[in-house]
Design a protein around this ligand. Structure first.
Ligand code: C2E
Ligand code: CA
Ligand code: CA
Length: 539
């Protein structure tokens, strides 16, 4: 009953919006009925009042009926038109809402894709990131069948910190981007590449076959990744240090494989960079060991617990010792003598190398005075300077200040640089070398014949000597082709007024050959091992 009253109330509440189609339709019908009844009743009364002629009444009744039909038709038109208009408008707005919803849906999907990309890709290189790498490796471990091998390789760009320090982060980032593109191009399915952060990259190799086949593929890809990159006027020749860990031998989860490949990579760096090393539990220096050694080296530099040995460099024409090369020695309190190649890479990595190289300059300058006082007035000392120290902005001012303090002249010293310095920052390197040369130092290019020996350095670098590496001198006796190369190098160097030093000469055969091909100076156990300064004085 109460619903009936509500209905009636809604029907007769003027201005209120109909709450249901029944109320809306009932209102129209009631309006029609009221108007119809009022019209019938009122029009008949008016007609009777106007006339009592029957014929006129009949005519007027017909006209009245037509008028009624016309008026109600018009009213129906208005009402139906209004309702249909509303209906069309509703359909239009439904369409509009649908279009908006479709657009929103597309936006959401795009945002989802974007979020996925952000979550699983590196911003600097656009390669997949570490999270993606981890998930993928774990999936590959699950999918692996017994005849398939999985190897992960962690790569770190050599000297990237130096490039960042010297050239700024914008150049560093651009370089990373270019390297990322190279990884993307060179690493093809089923193998994958990822950028794990900073200057570290990861590769995963997944393939059937034995260990040798896998190593062959890894080495092939590793070699193609070494490349020249030019940014503005600078060319960077990029190499990597890399470590390999294989599943199942070196770990069952991503984390173990990553940790082991990473340790092998650190070892590759410590062994002189630009190489790839397979994880081997026994040969790795643990992180704690490395930290301890670094701290002890820091103390040794501070307390001058290091020592220089000097190795004669002989003038092959006169047979006299013309120079000596200063070589650092560290006698560790517990471990005894530690070879320079075991602690120098660590010092380079931790930045200690600058202090160490300064310590060497200081000690060599002091020794130079001692020899002078003992009458060895022609003695010249050759000093090794590492890449990081040479390109450091403070190096030149610090060195010149020390020279003034120790009262030494540059012409009595040779500065030995390695090719890797020249490679990764040629423009800056040339600048520094020019300043050193202007001051009076002689410059020697060390370890020639290893890595990326390029005859181009003869022309571009302001050098006075090249030191041909021991590994090359070793082959000269047996391999005719290497003898031809030696002949050509000596000829070219002499034409450019560059002197040639043969390193690591160990026997009379090697001595004979280098003399035959016109090498100017020689250094090696055949003439004398590195010895303390006092023993040089007696030679
Ligand atoms: P390097 O500059 O090529 O030095 C020559 C290395 O060859 C020395 O090794 C020397 O002892 C060794 N050697 C010389 N003649 C012979 C030979 O006939 N046969 C063999 N088998 N070896 C020979 P060392 O002293 O172990 O130094 C290794 C490297 O460590 C050096 O290679 C140099 O790159 C670096 N280094 C040594 N002292 C310093 C230093 O004071 N400062 C810097 N920055 N690096 C240094
Ligand atoms: Ca040297
Ligand atoms: Ca050398």
């Amino acid at each position: 009953m109460s619903r009936f009253f509500d209905f009636v109330k809604a029907l007769f509440t003027p201005g209120s919006k109909p709450q249901s189609p029944v109320i809306a339709t009932s209102r129209i019908i009631i309006l029609y009925a009221v108007i119809g009844i009022v019209w019938l009743y009122m029009s008949d009364r008016i007609l009777l009042w106007m006339t009592d002629n029957l014929v006129s009444i009949v005519h007027m009744q017909v006209a009245k009926a037509f008028a009624y039909v016309i008026v109600t038709a018009f009213m129906f038109y208005l009402i139906v038109y209004h309702q249909i208009k509303l209906l069309f408008e509703s359909i239009d707005s439904i369409h509009a809402v649908n279009t908006i919803l479709d657009q929103k849906n597309a936006d959401l999907q795009q945002m989802e894709r974007h979020l996925y990309h952000l979550a699983y890709h590196s911003r600097e290189t656009n390669l997949p990131n570490k999270l993606w790498f981890e998930n993928t490796i774990n999936e590959l471990i699950q999918q692996r069948t017994s005849d398939q091998k999985l190897a992960i390789v962690i790569l770190d760009i050599d000297h990237f910190n130096d490039i960042n320090e010297m050239k700024g982060h914008i150049v560093g980032d651009t370089l990373l981007h270019l390297i990322g593109e190279m990884f993307d191009k060179k690493v093809q399915e089923p193998h994958v590449a990822a950028h794990l952060g900073a200057d570290e990259f990861g590769l995963a190799f997944f393939q059937s076959g034995g260990h040798d086949a896998m190593m062959h593929v890894i080495h092939e890809v590793f070699d193609t990744l070494k490349h020249d990159y030019t940014i503005d006027d600078d060319t960077f020749e990029i190499t990597f240090s890399a470590g390999i860990a294989c599943h199942p031998g070196h770990g069952d989860t991503f984390l173990t494989l990553y940790r082991n490949a990473h340790s092998a990579m650190t070892t590759a760096k410590a062994k002189g960079k630009n190489q790839i090393i397979i994880f081997d539990e026994k040969s790795l220096l643990s992180r704690t060991e490395a930290t301890n050694l670094t701290n002890q080296l820091r103390k040794a530099i501070k307390h001058s617990d290091l020592m220089l040995h000097y190795q004669p460099i002989i003038n092959l024409k006169s047979g006299h010792m013309q120079f000596v090369e200063a070589l650092i020695r560290w006698t560790h309190p517990d471990r005894g003598n530690i070879p320079p190649l075991d602690f120098i890479p660590l010092a380079e990595k931790t930045g200690l190398i600058k202090d160490m190289d300064y310590w060497v300059f200081n000690a060599a300058f002091k020794q130079y005075h001692r020899w002078h006082e003992q009458g060895m007035k022609k003695m010249r000392i050759s000093i090794n300077v590492s890449a990081r120290t040479l390109v450091h902005p403070d190096f030149i001012p610090d060195l010149f200040k020390l020279m003034t303090k120790e009262q030494v002249q540059a012409k009595d010293f040779i500065i030995e640089i390695t090719e890797s310095i020249a490679i990764h920052d040629m423009k800056n390197c040339i600048n520094v070398l020019k300043k050193l040369k202007k001051k009076g130092f002689l410059i020697a290019l060390d370890d020639f014949g290893t890595g990326y020996s390029s005859l181009n350095y003869f022309r571009t670098l302001p050098i006075d000597q090249i030191k041909i590496d021991r590994s090359f001198i070793n082959k000269v006796v047996d391999v005719e082709e290497d003898r031809n190369i030696l002949e050509f190098i000596v000829l070219l160097a002499h034409r450019l007024k560059i002197e040639v030093v043969a390193e690591g000469v160990e026997d009379i055969k090697q001595d004979g050959i280098i003399r035959q091909y016109g090498v100017d100076f020689a250094q090696g156990y055949f003439y004398g091992r590195p010895v303390p300064a006092s023993e040089i004085a007696n030679q």
